[in-house]
Design a protein around this ligand. Sequence first.
Ligand SMILES: [Zn+2]
Ligand SMILES: [Zn+2]
Length: 182
Amino acid sequence: MKINIEDIPEDGLVLDLREDGRIVEDKRYGSGFSISSPIKAHLDIRKSGENIDIVGHIEAEMVLKCSRCLKEYVYGVHPKIEIAVQTDFNQTTGDRELMENELDVGYIQGGEIDTTDIILEQLFLGVPIQPLCNPDCKGLCPSCGVELKDGQCSCLSKEVVDPRFAILKNFKVKNSKWTAFD
Ligand SMILES: [Zn+2]
Ligand SMILES: [Zn+2]
């Protein structure tokens, strides 16, 4: 949704928005997540002079892929929004021409605030760096790929000897023989 800054009333604008979760795919961010429910957003937009303050919150359910077991799982996010946008009006010409603040480019374009961009950006910030379906997720066995949930796969029960450790073992044995001669 686009809001013309000129249309924001003096006492502010309160919006309760519902965006289709598919906007994430539509915007082609290549984000690594999708949204499984409508995105709910509450935005309170206030204008004072050249400053625009946007506060509010978002509610959405992301579908993420666990970084250990690679299964998809639903992750609820509720990011808070606190954005301060400064708009500079061109003083020399007297025109109310809007200059985009370098820090907030994207939020305001052509004198309009794009609420969809704000919502998407906040959702991206809420994506965990290392998504886990469960903090205790044991992931997959590196050799057979079986999910290590409750029990173990058959390869973990066999003794796996790393050839580098085998060399160390022999070295220790020789060492102990030498100490015996002292
Ligand atoms: Zn997992
Ligand atoms: Zn295995």
